[in-house]
Design a protein around this ligand. Structure first.
Ligand code: ZN
Length: 210
């Protein structure tokens, strides 16, 4: 499903944004509008919790203008996956956006629920030339409680617990990477035994879902 006009998958399996759009016509079974990819199956609506992490690498060649989107990770129904370059504005999407912010003069995080920003968290990396950082996020999906928890793994903190999640349609994990000038953004998925599930992290998730 990878949108090969806007992104590519490198030899290490990381999703990387293209600095220039690739003019190759999109193949039928690929995303054409969303800048990135989705999982091959939606999240199961089984009784158990589901959890995945992403690790992204962001570097700034120069300061960004207001509200430039760098990366996005979240979930949405099948029909909303490929309407736009991002799912952030879709009515049944739940996601974390990382974008530039002139208020905080930095790169901020936003949690978006059903098209609206419900949380704005400053301070990931500064919005200055040469700034770079690794951003490590976790997402928990609890179908029974209709909740999604967004975790900042590096900070070992829950950023937000979104409740009343509409899961009447299966939700698909979505991974978007966007370019900031000549600096590509890359993201990799961390699943299964690659996840470092510490007791501390487990306790944090249990608490966030309580
Ligand atoms: Zn901000």
């Amino acid at each position: 499903m990878v949108n090969l006009n806007r992104t590519q998958v490198n030899a290490e399996g990381d999703l990387v944004s293209n600095i220039w759009p690739n003019a190759t016509p999109a193949e039928e079974d690929r995303l054409k509008n969303f800048w990135g990819t989705c999982s091959s199956v939606p999240l199961a609506r089984a009784g158990c919790l589901q959890y995945f992490e992403t690790e992204a690498r962001v570097g700034l060649e120069k300061p960004l203008n207001e509200n430039v989107l760098l990366l996005e990770v979240g979930v949405c129904p099948k029909e909303e996956r490929d309407i736009k370059h991002s799912i952030g504005g879709r009515p049944h999407a739940y996601c974390l956006d990382v974008n530039s912010c002139t208020t905080h003069e930095g790169i901020c995080r936003a949690i978006r629920k059903e098209g609206k920003r419900v949380l704005h968290l400053p301070d990931t990396i500064p919005n200055t030339a040469g700034a770079s950082g690794t951003l490590h996020y976790g997402i928990v999906y609890d179908d029974a409680r209709k909740k999604i928890v967004f975790i900042d793994v590096k900070e070992n903190k829950v950023m937000s617990t979104v409740d009343k999640v509409d899961s009447s349609q299966p939700l698909w994990p979505m991974f978007g990477v966007y370019s900031s000038g000549k600096s590509p953004v890359s993201m990799k998925l961390v699943v299964g035994s690659d996840i470092n599930m510490t007791e501390e992290k487990k306790a944090m998730i249990v608490k966030a879902l309580a």
